[in-house]
Design a protein around this ligand. Structure first.
Ligand code: NAD
Ligand code: UPG
Length: 430
């Protein structure tokens, strides 16, 4: 089948490559000329393990191509996936500008019957509006079939998640759209749930909200564990052994960031408020999450009379390991706060390069973690990059000024690290 992906970001590029890999002829459209120029050369402009190889392979097999030609792309394809961003507006609602523009573009250039797949995460009720936006703009009288097909991939694990998803959700009351989706996904070996577009949209938001709730729950318990002197890692492990609870998303630490959980939690809260069904539990989840970095910094501050003049080495800028994405990464507000307290900050991240704005604020970035820690008074771990577990901590001990580690991801083995005479503090774990 010939498929068009509109929006070559994390989702569009990954899913485009994966559908090409499954034997379809895929084209990727984006209005950003630089991104398309880079993708055409087989160069992935963001970091995602394994994707670059698949991208090049599919380009070589002529199953994957890229374009900025909106008219031609829309005219020549019958299945169009919308994968543009839906970031938060100031008020927390999802910004539908990009989705609406794409729908209008489709309407303008629609020349025959088409199936439109909404893959972007959109507020409940949007998929039905997409159909209206297309029809309002279209002079073509052939039918348009619209279906909601939320995406559940995680950055850093995107290929595995896209190739082997736990489930596929397809939501529409349009029989033709459902038929097209079942055909498209016929080679995928996982449960497929058919439902309404609104239920599909709701499933996406409630899934993210539930995972965010698990994280805030365990973080709240981690604070209690700090007070009680109980190890939260043992608590998570013990809880997770119960099949009904499961081991996932019970890692206590600095809380959730990224381009999805914060914005999707906000949007769901806004929708519920708009329908006068406020979600008290989820409000608390958000509040716990936004207080988590202050809780962590309080621990750091308690160890010093003042942070003024102290040299802090901060490990990890990405919002999670195996990605270069810093959207809503907790590391950035932490750096800001450290600067406000007049500390000097040296950072390391295996893949993220700090933007000029940050460098201009006086942050020093090092490509070698051992350089970053030289003369530091504290090491703050903000991203769970496995590389940090592998460091020669004995060597680190000899490079630092003060042997203090604040582990915002509880990723090091406290007992082992203390053997090197470090003072070690995690969250609910020390
Ligand atoms: N990133 C994830 O891990 C993830 C996972 C599941 C779902 N989602 C959802 O998928 C959607 C896309 O997320 P993303 O992270 O891939 O976004 P992104 O910001 O990485 O990419 C969006 C792309 O759309 C392009 N674009 C904007 N307007 C366009 C237009 N009119 N025509 C063509 N291209 C246009 C932008 O240039 C950009 O390249 C969001 O709704 C997000 O919530 C994201
Ligand atoms: O036990 C845990 C698990 C995760 N996190 C944090 O939670 C955030 C999100 O992590 P993760 O869910 O792995 O990454 P995302 O790429 O944001 O993926 C989420 O958001 C996507 C966009 O909607 C969905 O598609 C995915 O299913 C959903 O997991 C990160 O800051 C993690 O550090 C924790 O603090 N503790």
């Amino acid at each position: 089948m010939k498929i068009l992906f509109i929006g070559m970001g994390y989702v569009g590029t990954t899913m485009g490559a994966v559908f090409a890999n499954a034997g379809h002829e895929v084209s990727g459209l984006d209005t950003d000329k630089e991104k398309i120029a880079s993708l055409k050369k087989g160069e992935l402009y963001f970091y995602e393990p394994g994707l670059q190889e698949m991208l090049r392979n599919q380009i070589c097999h002529e199953r994957l191509s890229f374009t900025t030609d909106v008219k031609e792309a829309i005219e020549n394809h019958d299945i169009l996936f919308i994968t543009v961003g839906t970031p938060s507006l100031e008020n927390g609602n999802a910004d539908l500008t990009y989705v609406k523009k794409v729908a209008q573009m489709i309407g303008r250039y629609k020349n025959r019957e088409k199936t439109i797949v909404v893959k972007s995460t959109v507020p409940i009720g949007t998929t039905n509006k997409v159909k209206e936006w297309i029809n309002e703009e279209s002079a073509d009288l052939n039918p348009v079939h619209v279906v909601m097909n939320p995406e559940f991939l995680r950055e850093g694990n995107a290929l595995q998640d896209a190739l082997y998803p736990d489930r596929i959700i397809i939501g529409s009351d349009d029989e033709e759209a459902l038929k097209a989706m079942l055909k498209l996904y016929q080679s995928w070996n996982c449960p497929i749930l058919q439902t309404t577009a609104m239920a599909a949209e709701t499933i996406k938001y409630t899934s993210n909200a539930f995972l965010a709730t698990k994280i805030s729950f365990i973080n709240e318990m981690a604070k209690l564990c700090d007070t009680l002197g109980v190890n939260i890692k043992d608590v998570s492990k013990g809880m997770g052994l119960d099949d009904r609870i499961g081991p996932h998303f019970l890692e206590a630490g600095l809380g959730y960031g990224g381009s999805c959980f914060p914005k999707d939690v906000k949007e769901l809260l806004g929708t519920a408020d708009a329908y006068q069904r406020p979600l008290g539990l989820l409000k608390e989840v958000e509040k716990i999450n936004s207080n988590q970095s202050s809780y962590f910094l309080e621990k750091v501050k308690k160890s010093f009379d003042t942070l003024e003049g102290k040299r802090i080495a901060l490990f990890g800028l990405a919002f999670k390991p195996h990605t270069d994405d810093t959207r809503e990464s907790v590391s950035l507000p932490i750096i800001d706060q450290l600067l406000k307290e007049k500390a000097s900050v040296a950072v390391h991240d295996p893949v993220v390069h700090l933007s000029k704005d940050w460098i201009n604020k006086g942050i020093k970035q090092y490509s070698d973690p051992y350089e970053a820690v030289k003369g530091s008074d504290a090491i703050l771990i903000c991203t769970h990059w496995p590389q940090y577990e592998e460091l020669d901590w004995e060597r680190v001990r000899h490079l630092v000024n003060e042997p203090s580690i604040f582990d915002g991801r509880n990723m090091l083995d406290a007992a082992k690290i203390k053997e090197f005479k470090f003072h070690y503090k995690g969250i609910g774990y020390s």
